[in-house]
Design a protein. Structure first.
Ligand SMILES: Cc1ncc(COP(=O)(O)O)c(C=O)c1O
Length: 448
């Protein structure tokens, strides 16, 4: 394949140069030929190249600098950070440095950082801690579009006598703050709301929410797993009491996270045992992952401004080109309040999974943003909460970029997308038939 592409490139380049310099063909024909050749080369390269990873909201590549700092803690420096001896003590110092680095990314004090095993643990720990600290209060407020790490805990709490209000979102995935205000009572123990949505990238007005929550004396927990490293966070000036983050979304390894707990907030540990993490999370620390998380946090701070600008530019170019070249597609979610790296696009009349499989053939990794990947046929709860029509709901794809995404990779995705959508639509019996599509989807859901 590599040789084939090289030959093709050489052959293709000759007429390109000839046409460009001599402009022998009429202008429209020249453009068409150049365009076709350019995209054919890109497609060939896409097929033979490494994977094009546009699924960074699912997980990210571990930064090589992060791997480097972490490795010695898997070999030479294996001491327990809680030990009294110097061998363990030097590991304890490294953990302290990592804690400072993570705290700096959040604009927090290092004493306010509790290392956890992942974002899911952080969310669970925050919710349970808030309820244990205020046993007299039995009401929780969250949203319909949270990650399962929050939603499923809330559902379980309902079976244990708690009342949960699930705030709705509008067609753009935004909350109605009046609905929040109307739901808050003196019995509300906790409001737990995500900073940014993992599927659409929609950002919620966290500080405006926090001001209302404080008026009612409830605790405010924010799942910032997707926001951290993509938008600046400053806990010093924030209304947030607890905030969850996760390492593998910011180029650290999987299996490490942190929970910010504002100083003075009454906290009850979720994991009970030893005295680690100032008694807030028992269990010997995952030292190599903590060291890696610290370095990743430092790098995120360093790159944040420039990387997010670049990612937004690449994302916008991808999005605008796809919208301009493919009919019947639209962006899902508020385009003005969105993470810089995320776009979720609905392609009418086709299945997202079919698009993903086609992209996969070119080595392009994206996500359908739905629960289908985890074995369920049900469409995404986030897009359903937004009230998207069935025609778009099933054909939605999330592309999520990172600081390693290149212009060329975006070109390669653009080069293959129209063809994929066109081919799948040609096979779809429901092209331009909203009623037929709707009926078929209703039947599918009825059988679930
Ligand atoms: C918004 C949000 N919260 C929580 C999590 C869970 O994080 P982890 O995978 O570290 O458990 C994720 C993971 O995708 C997420 O996107």
């Amino acid at each position: 394949m590599q040789l084939c592409s090289k030959i093709f490139r050489a052959v293709a380049k000759a007429p390109l140069i000839f046409i460009a310099t001599h402009s022998l063909l009429p202008q429209k024909g020249t453009y068409f030929l150049l365009h076709t050749l350019h995209f054919t080369i890109l497609k060939l390269e896409t097929m033979q190249n490494h994977c094009i990873y546009l699924d960074n909201n699912a997980t990210t590549k571990v930064d090589p600098e992060v791997v480097e700092v972490m490795l010695p803690y898997l070999s030479e420096y294996y001491g327990n950070p809680s030990s009294m001896h110097t061998f363990g003590g030097q590991v304890g110092k490294a953990v302290k440095l990592a804690r400072t680095q993570v705290a700096a990314l959040l604009g927090a004090d290092e004493s306010e950082i509790v290392f956890t095993s992942c974002g899911t643990e952080g969310d669970n720990a925050a919710i349970r801690a808030a309820l244990l600290a205020q046993p007299e209060k039995r009401h929780i407020i969250t949203t319909e579009v949270e990650h399962p790490a929050v939603l499923n805990v809330c559902k379980q709490l309902e079976t244990q006598g708690y009342t949960v209000t699930y705030l709705s979102v509008n067609g753009q995935g935004q909350l109605d703050l009046d609905e929040l205000e109307a739901s808050l009572t003196g019995n509300t123990a906790l409001v737990t709301i995500m900073y940014a949505n993992n599927e659409t990238g929609v950002i919620f007005p966290i500080e405006q929410i926090g001001l209302r929550v404080k008026e009612y004396g409830a605790l405010f927990h924010v799942d910032a797993v997707q926001a951290v490293g993509k938008i600046p966070l400053n806990m010093k000036t924030s209304t947030v009491d607890m905030l969850t983050i996760s390492g593998h979304k910011i180029h650290a390894p999987k299996g490490i996270g942190a929970l910010y707990v504002r100083r003075g907030v009454r906290f009850r540990p979720f994991l009970i045992g030893g005295h680690q993490e100032r008694g807030r999370r028992a269990g010997t620390e995952n030292v190599p992952a903590i060291i890696a998380f610290g370095k990743a946090a430092e790098l995120e701070m360093l790159h944040l401004e420039e990387a997010t600008k670049r990612e937004a530019r690449l994302r916008d170019r991808l999005e605008q080109t796809l919208l301009a070249t493919i009919p019947d597609c639209e962006v899902n979610g508020d385009p003005t309040q969105r993470l810089p790296n995320t776009t979720n696009i609905g392609f009418k009349y086709i299945e997202g999974e079919a698009i993903l499989l086609s992209l996969n053939k070119y080595g392009i990794c994206a996500s359908s943003g739905s629960a289908c990947t985890s074995g369920s046929l049900e469409p995404s709860h986030v897009l359903r909460a937004m009230g998207l029509p069935y025609t778009t709901l099933h054909g939605s794809i999330r592309f999520s970029l990172c600081r390693y995404t290149t212009d060329k990779e975006i070109d390669q995705v653009i080069a293959v997308m129209s063809e994929i959508v066109e081919r799948l639509r040609a096979l779809s019996p429901f092209k331009n038939d909203d009623a037929g599509w709707l009926q078929q989807q209703a039947q599918t859901l009825a059988h679930l």
